[in-house]
Design a protein around this ligand. Structure first.
Ligand code: ARG
Length: 457
């Protein structure tokens, strides 16, 4: 049990207390960030004359050797240390002696952990945005390929109007695009360096906080030292963005599961992304989509957990804040995995165009267009709505689509129908007449895809 703070204590910590208090089991994930922060800190300390250049070089060499040994597996991060910060400092002192004891000058673990977590989160924000952009590329590819693939659009999960697969995919493009933009916003807002805040009240050493901030690729230092050590807003914002991403993935998964069902058969999930049943030989299950949908709960949980942890904490640092890590790490990894796996599943999925087209045709998705046809032939809309209602009833009775009726059958219901009704209510016409911005018509989609590509460029 190597403690950094033993001096003031007359007896050692009870083992259970030590274990309960320690964070090394999970904060070792911050090892790379901790070493990076220490490098910047000692470079700054030397530049303002708090340590000598020779001491700086000794510390930097010591940090290099610790990092090399940890990365090669020669040095293990063990529960012998309370946290990752103690691990690095104790090993540094073991290796280089007195110079190592100067590493922590003008620094507290409070600003150190605030920095480490911010660096780790900044990387995760960037990686998540990159993964999302890759997914957007996959979606955009499907949009281009299926600009004329007709399918039913749904409201209330009831067939509503014909759309295209490109149009449906385009809706998800917009969602994940907003997610990327949200991540970019978060990165902008969080990119300030808390190191130099000290325990809470800054420090009496003439630290150059601008220099440390610059060395660590921040825009500048945080502006209040109490806030610097106790702010976790950036993490709450990121977890909230992760929740929204996961909610989008979950909706999309739900649709894939429905589309892949024996009843729908709109899509076929690739064998590589499906699993079987131990008892039912015929089964091919959409487990990846189900797991992505299912993992949404733990991501929401991480956000609720941190919001609740933070809500009663007086300024500045309190040990409660150590609880910001485990669930956040889990949420970051979970969402990254979900994006990558969902992307792979989507990229290898095949779309049953005929099934989709038939489903649109046989679901009265052209009923609105049939009513509009009557309006264009002088029938007031409310009357037209009633007439097409009768047409639909007639078709349901006969088990046919509106397109399958003869002109005589149609005329028997309303004399306003003419031969051109059939062209007016074909699926192709219904889709391609919808040309307003954001609508599924071919030319409108060409423009939408252009915008998608511009975003990805
Ligand atoms: N393990 C702690 C955390 O994760 C590091 C900061 C500890 N500071 C302290 N004064 N006990 O928050």
């Amino acid at each position: 049990m190597a403690q950094l703070w033993g001096g003031r204590f007359t007896k050692s910590t009870d083992q259970m207390v030590y274990d309960f208090n320690a964070s090394i089991g999970f904060d070792q994930k911050l090892f790379a960030q901790d070493v990076r922060g220490s490098r910047a800190h000692v470079k700054m300390l030397a530049s303002v004359g708090v340590i000598t250049d020779a001491e700086r070089d000794e510390i930097l060499a010591g940090l290099d050797s610790i990092e090399a040994d940890v990365n090669s597996g020669k040095l293990e991060i063990t529960s012998e240390y309370e946290d990752v910060h103690s691990f690095v400092e104790a090993n540094l002192i073991d290796r280089i002696g007195d110079a190592g004891k100067k590493l922590h000058t003008g620094r507290s673990r409070n600003d150190q952990v605030a920095l480490d977590m911010r660096l780790y989160t900044r990387d995760a924000v960037e990686t998540t945005a990159e993964d999302l952009k890759h997914l957007l590329g996959t979606i955009c590819g499907i949009m281009e390929e299926h600009i004329d693939t007709i399918m039913p659009g749904f409201t209330h999960l009831q067939k509503a109007q014909p759309i295209t697969l490109a149009h449906h995919m385009g809706a998800y493009f917009e969602m994940f695009k907003r997610d990327v933009l949200r991540l970019n916003d978060i990165r902008e807002r969080m990119n300030y360096c808390p190191l130099g805040s000290g325990a809470l009240a800054g420090t009496t050493y003439p630290l150059d906080r601008n220099m440390t901030a610059q060395l660590l690729d921040f825009y500048g230092p945080t502006l209040n030292s109490m806030d610097g050590v106790s702010d976790r807003d950036y993490l709450i914002e990121f977890l909230s963005a992760l929740c929204t991403i996961q909610m989008h993935l979950s909706r999309f998964s739900e649709e894939v599961i429905i589309w892949n069902s024996n009843e729908y058969r709109f899509v076929e999930i690739d064998d590589g992304f499906s699993t079987g049943s131990s008892i039912m030989p015929q089964k091919k299950n959409p487990d990846i989509a189900e797991l992505v949908r299912g993992k949404t709960g733990r991501v929401y949980g991480a956000l609720m957990s941190l919001l609740t942890t933070m809500k009663g904490i007086p300024l500045a640092y309190n040990k409660d804040m150590q609880e910001d890590k485990e669930m956040a790490f889990d949420a970051m990894k979970t969402v990254q995995d979900c994006i990558v796996l969902f992307d792979g599943m989507l990229a290898t999925m095949t779309f049953n165009k005929d099934v989709m087209a038939n489903s649109a045709k046989n679901g009265f998705t052209n009923a609105t267009d049939a009513a509009d046809y009557l309006v264009n032939h002088g029938v007031p809309f409310r009357d037209a709505h009633g007439i097409i209602g009768q047409v639909v009833l007639y078709c349901i009775d006969k088990g046919i689509a509106i397109d399958d009726m003869s002109l005589e059958e149609l005329k028997a219901i309303s004399p306003a129908f003419e031969e051109d009704i059939f062209d007016a209510i074909s699926m192709e016409t219904c889709v391609n007449k919808r040309l307003t911005i954001g609508a599924p018509g071919h030319d409108a989609m060409v423009n939408e895809i252009k915008e998608c590509k511009a975003f990805l460029a």
